[in-house]
Ligand binder design. Structure first.
Ligand SMILES: Cc1cc2nc3c(=O)[nH]c(=O)nc-3n(C[C@H](O)[C@H](O)[C@H](O)COP(=O)(O)OP(=O)(O)OC[C@H]3O[C@@H](n4cnc5c(N)ncnc54)[C@H](O)[C@@H]3O)c2cc1C
Length: 355
């Protein structure tokens, strides 16, 4: 039987530590309970929020005026892939993501190692196509099993049909939350070596050329060390990790937008950028935020602040409210837009809040 409670405070269930109560709260420990809880909320025509590890959510201080279903399903199955050099790992939505990555590294399965240290649950990884240090889950997801709230059916979506893009997918684009992820299947390669290391900072710290390889466990440790240096590994002793990760995505600019930005900052100022497809470049949001006058540790209202380690993370070192975090985010967003003409997009999901 799922556990059902009223007025459960959500702040303690999010990594930012903000958010008021859920009117109704259901913890679903099995796939059947998860589907039943979602069906029940839909039959009552109640607003529904699926909660994983709460690491990509900013929930309003007024809480959630409906049912919050916390995913607590478990189970990992391994099968041989269609090709001899691959295995398929099917992981229940409620499995802790970093636990899955750690067990793959220990078992000599390559494909997820650069995604070490990302908080949250496996079922959320397809939502924003979780990525870091040159890897993203879209590269290794073969299928996503979902409960479709419109048809009432459970279906398997092939990876290429999930509309994956940079920190997005069709799941994230669909604000109605039509599909509830039940399980994700990954195609991994049995190997003691990582895939090609594409991220320059990681390659440097491993002492390999870009595109080179390194032992899986070494890559995991290097990624964790880099992440810790930025407050990007959850650590109760590190107030800078009390965040929702990066608060803004890196904007993709077309040639005209980039030329306009260059004009605004001055022709002699080099703008860091990465290729993002024909006629497009990705500009680091952290650089834009710095350029607009915000530094590490910049104070916002109520104790909310920019991380002292990473300009892209907004943190609640303790005592800040959702309104304080949103207020700081709004100030940054507006100033970047007004000074640099770039409209930064929020990476976390805002619930009952807007910028
Ligand atoms: C310190 C820190 C570092 C981070 N670093 C990274 C990083 O490097 N790369 C990166 O991509 N992200 C990063 N994140 C963001 C976050 O960890 C990921 O987006 C993660 O996948 C969110 O998982 P979650 O279980 O916590 O999801 P939640 O925050 O609980 O939910 C996020 C969204 O997904 C929906 N959702 C969750 N589970 C399901 C499901 N089963 N079915 C349907 N919808 C669902 C929720 O309704 C919500 O809309 C970081 C966050 C923190 C706090």
């Amino acid at each position: 039987m799922p556990s059902v409670r009223d007025q459960v405070l959500l702040a303690g269930l999010t990594t930012l530590g903000v958010g008021g109560p859920a009117r109704r709260f259901v913890r679903a420990g099995t796939e059947a309970e998860l589907i039943a809880a979602v069906r029940d909320a839909d039959q009552r025509a109640e607003p529904l929020l699926i909660l994983g590890g709460g690491s990509n959510l900013v929930i309003a201080d007024t809480g959630f005026p409906g049912t919050v279903v916390q995913v607590a399903t478990r189970g990992i199955q391994q099968a041989a892939g269609p090709q001899a050099d691959a295995v398929r790992l099917t992981v229940a939505a409620g499995e802790d993501w970093d636990g899955v990555v750690a067990s793959c590294v220990a078992a000599g399965l390559s494909g997820l190692e650069c995604l070490s240290g990302i908080p949250g649950l496996t079922g959320a990884t397809p939502i924003q196509n979780v990525g870091a240090y040159g890897q993203e889950v879209a590269e290794v997801i073969t299928t996503v099993r979902v409960y479709d709230r419109v048809t009432g059916e459970v279906t398997e979506l092939a990876g290429p049909d999930c509309g994956f893009g940079y920190r997005t997918s069709m799941f994230k684009r669909d604000s109605s939350g039509r599909r509830v992820v039940l399980a994700v299947t990954f195609r991994l390669r049995p190997s003691e070596l990582s895939g090609p290391v594409r991220y320059a900072e990681l390659a440097r710290s491993l002492g390999v050329p870009e595109g080179g390889q390194a032992p899986l466990a070494t890559v995991r440790e290097a990624v964790l060390a880099l992440r810790r240096g930025k407050g990007m590994v959850l650590d109760p002793a590190d107030p800078d990790s009390r965040s929702a990760g990066s608060f803004f995505t890196n904007p993709v600019l077309d040639d005209a937008q980039f030329a306009a930005l260059q004009k605004l900052v001055g022709a002699d100022v080099p703008i860091p950028r990465f290729p993002a497809g024909p006629g497009q470049v990705k500009v680091p949001a952290a650089w834009l935020i710095g350029q607009a006058g915000f530094g590490k540790g910049y104070p916002g209202p109520g104790g909310a602040r920019i991380s002292t380690k990473h300009t892209l993370a907004l943190v609640n070192p303790g005592g800040a409210s959702a309104a304080d975090i949103a207020g700081l985010a709004r100030t940054i967003h507006h100033q970047v837009r007004d000074q640099l003409g770039v409209d930064l997009a929020c990476e976390p999901i805002l619930v009952g809040l807007s910028l």
